[in-house]
Design a protein around this ligand. Structure first.
Ligand SMILES: C[S@@+](CC[C@H](N)C(=O)[O-])C[C@H]1O[C@@H](n2cnc3c(N)ncnc32)[C@H](O)[C@@H]1O
Length: 427
């Protein structure tokens, strides 16, 4: 994938222990609340970590899985320079727009109001959206959304204001939809909500919220973040020995599909015409952490695990993957977890090699991560990642547990106890 600098970014600038790996708190915080994206972590925890690990030093923070930009925005609010890498093009654009939060709030609001005015006064047009969109919106709502989209497209010029208007539009798509949203942001067209906001009203409300957050944040602006649309496995835009602290939450090996999480938004904006497009447009750029990403054809566990980057865990990895390959034969879905786990570990081994290259000697890394158990087969992800980091040239690793997982739910597909926490790498 081509790595593009989106912008030299301008930006602004201790969560409760039980929540420090969660995105929930962010939805109450200025800027962070502009777009809901699952599987992030708390911005307050990031700020706390940066303070704790930097002391009085001037440091550069890297988030190689930057997502919607929590680390970068929190780093800015802590007065620290930061670099982000994100491979999901739609989410990278969301993060880039959020990083414009230190811009001119009244200029942005003026542009958003112009777009709204144009939409309100425009005529309805023939709607040519994918089926998913027709299933997720009442006809009257879709008509208003379509008018907003056409008004945005007419005024779009790539400026900061224009990108923020784009974000305003995509950030209301869930609240104005009759479809439900699963906890991990998958859209559920079969599950309908009784009460939904009207798009013109939601757009106006959201633009005022964004403008007021910009006014609040602008007072502390820092201008010190750079975001790349790129691949954490190479970090090819990040210079050697340029980073002091890596702070991130990578994908877990838990079959979560980041591409599917933005299917509604990308379908509405015309970036994909259906689920099948997600593979080429998004999934193929990402770490292989879901089975949809790893087809049977052309892949073999033995070939994947023979890679030298996996040497320290090869035998254990092979044992787990062989068990998964056997278990799948008795399961209806026959998911390719054996290939997913092998590919995930190889991808993450390459991430460590990239982290070693870009991290200064004596630097550190903190990955919020959990282990997993596809088909009930335990995969010691944390332990393996720690050892792969040392194999890549770091000195040492330790794990600080945040919480137990899979201990209280009775309806899970398996009862294997799991943990989630911070994998802390030194060296
Ligand atoms: C757990 S989320 C991080 C969320 C983030 N902390 C936030 O604030 O939104 C992991 C992110 O890694 C991204 N990702 C997956 N594979 C990647 C790759 N090879 N390079 C860069 N980013 C990748 C996903 O698209 C996803 O946004």
């Amino acid at each position: 994938m081509t790595q593009t600098t989106l912008f030299p970014m301008s930006l602004v600038g201790a969560a409760r222990r039980s929540r420090e790996g969660s995105f929930v708190d962010n939805m109450r915080l200025p800027v962070h609340r502009w777009f809901r994206y699952s599987a992030g972590f708390s911005a307050q925890w990031v700020e706390h970590e940066i303070k704790r690990r930097s002391g009085d030093r001037t440091i550069t923070v890297l988030d190689p899985f930057a997502g919607s930009g929590t680390t970068l925005i929190a780093a800015g609010q802590s007065g620290v320079e930061s670099i982000g890498v994100e491979a999901h093009p739609f989410i990278a654009r969301v993060a880039a727009a959020k990083l414009l939060c230190d811009g001119d709030a009244s200029e942005y609001l003026r542009r958003a109001q112009e777009v709204l005015k144009l939409a309100v006064s425009s005529e309805p047009a023939a709607l040519t959206y994918p089926t998913l969109i027709h299933r997720c919106y009442a006809p009257a709502s879709l008509d208003q959304l379509d008018r907003l989209r056409r008004a945005y497209v007419l005024s779009a010029d790539g400026s900061d204001q224009s990108e923020l208007v784009w974000l305003t539009l995509v950030s209301i798509l869930r609240v104005v939809s009759t479809a439900g949203t699963a906890p991990w942001q998958y859209v559920l067209p079969n599950k309908s909500k009784a009460k939904v906001a009207e798009p013109f009203t939601a757009f106006s409300r959201m633009s005022h919220l964004i403008a007021s957050d910009m006014e609040e944040i602008g007072r502390n602006s820092m201008n010190r973040s750079t975001l790349f649309v790129g691949d954490a496995r190479s970090c090819s835009d990040v210079c050697d020995d340029s980073v002091d602290l890596v702070l991130t939450s990578p994908p877990y090996a838990n079959n979560y599909d980041y591409a599917d999480a933005t299917r509604l938004e990308m379908s509405f904006m015309g970036e994909i015409s259906g689920w099948a497009d997600l593979q080429a447009k998004v999934r193929m750029h990402l770490v292989r952490s879901c089975s949809q990403h790893v087809p049977m054809k052309g892949s073999s566990v033995d070939t994947i695990v023979s890679h030298s980057a996996l040497a320290p865990i090869r035998d254990e990895l092979l044992t787990v993957c062989r068990e998964l390959a056997e278990v799948r034969l008795g399961r209806g879905g026959r998911k390719t977890y054996h290939l997913m786990v092998a590919s995930y570990m190889l991808d993450m081994a390459q991430v460590w090699l990239a982290m070693r290259r870009v991290t200064r000697s004596g630097g550190s890394a903190c990955f919020v991560i959990g282990d997993s158990a596809p088909y009930g087969v335990y995969v010691p992800v944390v332990n393996w990642l720690g050892r792969l980091a040392v194999h890549a040239g770091f000195d040492d690793w330790k794990f600080e547990k945040i919480r137990d997982r899979n201990v209280k739910w009775k309806n899970r597909k398996h009862r294997v106890p799991l943990v989630e926490g911070r994998l802390v790498i030194a060296g």
